[in-house]
Design a protein around this ligand. Structure first.
Ligand SMILES: [Ca+2]
Ligand SMILES: [Ca+2]
Length: 215
């Protein structure tokens, strides 16, 4: 990938040979995050080298600096939900994509998550979804976390899309979730409980697919 970036920088410099622009390019290349080698990403994800190159070009196009901060992520994501407020859900998604927890999504973070969501096994997808719901990352989904996620999804969809929503619907949604998932009734859902419950329940698998489509 370093070679790709190098070539791009070179082409840009050739096109704009004036001294100011050269300085800009140099400055940019310092600020820009350089992604890991293509071979490494090819080994780590379910994408081919060619797919990674296409994805990288698209990513660079949207985010010339090579990394996305939360504000930009929210702006891009919100465009898909014009009738609702997607900012809270985008915040949770951002944290899941930002695997190193440093406030920015780099190309590696982006393709790693995309690889799981598009090409991962069912277990990998469920693990990813569990981590999204486990907001404080303590290994358990509690009722407060699930309530926050459900409310965020309802906000994102907007009243325009679901005019018949009752105010107590998120609570019913969360109660039904725990009724099915919290096998040992200790008030929290573990990853094992989550995967087990999802795999044995067709309806949950279907609604999970709904969540995946939202992602
Ligand atoms: Ca938790
Ligand atoms: Ca439990």
């Amino acid at each position: 990938m370093g070679a790709v970036v190098g070539t791009l920088t070179l082409q840009t410099s050739r096109r704009r040979p004036s001294r100011d622009n050269l300085d800009d390019d140099l400055e940019l290349s310092v600020v820009c995050h350089r992604p890991e080698g293509l071979e490494q990403l090819e080994a780590q994800t379910n994408f081919s080298k060619k797919e990674l190159q296409v994805l990288y070009r698209g990513f660079k196009n949207e985010c010339p600096s090579g990394a996305v901060n939360e504000e930009t992520f929210k702006q891009i994501y919100s465009q898909f939900f014009p009738h609702g407020d997607a900012s809270t859900y985008a915040h949770y998604l951002f944290n899941s994509f930002d695997s190193s927890q440093n406030g920015s999504i780099k190309f590696e973070d982006f393709v790693t998550a995309l690889s799981i969501l598009l090409r991962g096994t069912t277990t990998e997808k469920l693990e990813w979804t569990f981590n999204l719901y486990d907001i404080n990352r303590d290994g358990y989904i509690n009722k407060e976390e699930m309530t926050n996620i459900v409310k965020a999804i309802y906000d994102m969809m907007g009243r325009f899309t679901y005019p018949a929503l009752k105010t107590d619907t998120p609570k019913q949604h969360v109660d039904a979730f725990f009724q099915k998932m919290d096998k040992n009734r200790d008030g929290v859902v573990t990853l094992d409980e989550f995967i087990l419950s999802c795999q044995e329940d067709e309806n949950i698998m279907r609604s999970l697919q709904l969540f995946e489509n939202v992602i």
